[in-house]
Design a protein around this ligand. Structure first.
Ligand code: NI
Ligand code: MN
Length: 248
């Protein structure tokens, strides 16, 4: 059985972008990449309600809609200090600049910032501005459910610490290869995390992201009790990862 989300509604918007309706009825987005996201269904490009934006790092495919969405919805942006400072410099009124190992609570969600091994510059025109280090996020909801969004990362042995400390119920893991882990690395990440419900992300958005859920399944066949839940962009799941809705 996959993990039970309870009343949480988890929507995959394509690439690494997720919208989550919390048990308390708030709407949060992880890694807002909508307008330019080739995998995002048209119907999801303009979220109707946004209370908070949780950001793993400053690359465009994770942050490009943060400023317009935060402004439109007066939403709070949570990011690592340098990226939060950059967002504030672009006019975002409510920012929470935190760092790895730290916790904060926004929109009723406890946000824990973890390590991720990647890069984190913010592109401005033809140059990169320092955006601090990339991170992963463990989100703990009012009903106790914990969702780990790994951000962009390679596999690293301290994923064991994330597993041991936070015991995520669900892990959203990049599998596309090239910019992040591919299926080979993600299979080891799943072992290190000890997580039993995994949603693959950050694949197929562009041709260079060649990793597939099928390959991940093949490489994790020996892990007892593992459920790989393949969400299509536009899918919303709730309860025991049951499909609630799907937009084309
Ligand atoms: Ni990145
Ligand atoms: Mn990325």
């Amino acid at each position: 059985m996959p993990a039970d989300l309870g009343t949480i509604e988890l929507t995959f918007c394509g690439h690494a972008t997720f919208q989550i309706k919390t048990p308390g009825g708030k709407h949060v987005v992880v890694d807002p990449f909508f307008e330019q996201n080739p995998a995002c269904p048209l119907a999801l490009k303009q979220p109707k309600n946004v209370d908070a934006l949780f950001i793993t790092h400053g690359h465009g495919d994770h942050i490009s809609d943060a400023v317009p969405l935060a402004s439109k919805h007066d939403a709070t942006c949570v990011a690592i200090v340098e990226t939060a400072g950059w967002l504030a410099s672009k006019g975002v009124k409510k920012t929470v600049g935190m760092n790895k190992g730290g916790n904060t609570e926004v929109a009723g969600v406890r946000v824990t910032m973890t390590n991720a091994v990647h890069s984190g510059g913010i592109q401005e025109g033809d140059r990169f501005v320092y955006g601090g280090e990339p991170a992963g996020l463990v989100l703990t909801f009012e009903n106790g459910v914990k969702i780990y969004h790994a951000g962009d990362t390679c596999v690293f042995s301290d994923m064991q610490i994330i597993g041991k400390l936070y015991k995520p119920d669900v892990a959203l893991l990049p599998i596309g290869d090239f910019y992040t882990m591919g299926p080979l690395e993600a299979a080891l990440a799943i072992e290190l995390l000890g997580v039993k419900t995994v949603v693959p992300m950050h694949y197929a958005t562009w041709p260079v992201l060649t990793g597939t859920p099928a390959k991940l399944r093949e490489l994790t066949g020996g892990i007892a009790g593992l459920e790989i839940v393949e969400m299509k962009p536009g899918d919303t799941v709730t309860g025991p990862m049951r499909r609630l809705a799907s937009v084309p």
